[in-house]
Design a protein around this ligand. Structure first.
Ligand SMILES: [Cu+2]
Length: 184
């Protein structure tokens, strides 16, 4: 599953960082000409900064326009067909209805009862459909219309403690396609 892949990649990354630290620690007993190294690295630093700012500007200009905010604002003006309450806890989700109709404009009202979580809705191909922050004391609303019946999953995208990866809840979407606005 996706979560296990991310977990494995995180472990490999942590192992790599640990190895670098150990390497530097073991070599630190050898005297070296630190002034020369310092001079070289301080020379690189401004260019490294410029490069990072450049990468950020390019990445933002490519991706910002592709965020689905325009669609979200347009839909917020219309009433949903159905409302589902989602509450995040350490480390599970409580969902007011776990069987949902296809082709229905659903407003997920998302909040949390303890710490910040992130409500992320995935289809059975691990494709992220919608996502919003689950916060204590505040309700975020995210709208979604399921186009296909099937099994969907809610996962947490905000690291919230030890069993964060276990925050998975399944949703079943039933009915036939193109039932726009109707509930079976
Ligand atoms: Cu989490």
């Amino acid at each position: 599953m996706l979560q296990n892949t991310v977990w494995l990649m995180t472990l490999i990354g942590m192992g790599f960082v640990t190895a670098v630290y150990l390497y530097v620690f073991m070599r630190s007993t050898q005297p070296a000409d630190s002034d020369a190294v310092k001079k070289r690295l301080y020379g690189i630093r401004p260019w490294w900064f410029v490069l990072l700012v450049g990468i950020i500007i390019v990445a933002l200009s490519i991706t910002l326009g592709r965020l689905p905010y325009a669609d979200t604002h347009a839909r917020a003006a219309t009433a949903p067909d159905m409302t589902v309450e989602v509450t995040g806890y350490q480390w599970y989700w409580i969902v007011s209805e776990s069987t949902l109709p296809v082709g229905t404009d659903i407003a997920f009202q998302v909040r949390a009862e303890d710490v910040n979580h992130s409500f992320a809705l995935y289809d059975d191909n691990d494709q992220l459909l919608v996502q919003t922050q689950a916060m204590p004391g505040y309700t975020n609303i995210v709208r979604h219309t399921f186009e296909q019946p099937g099994t969907y999953r809610i996962m947490c995208l905000e690291y919230c403690g030890l069993a964060h990866h276990a925050m998975v809840t399944e949703l079943t979407v039933t009915g036939t396609d193109n039932e726009q606005g109707e509930r079976r």
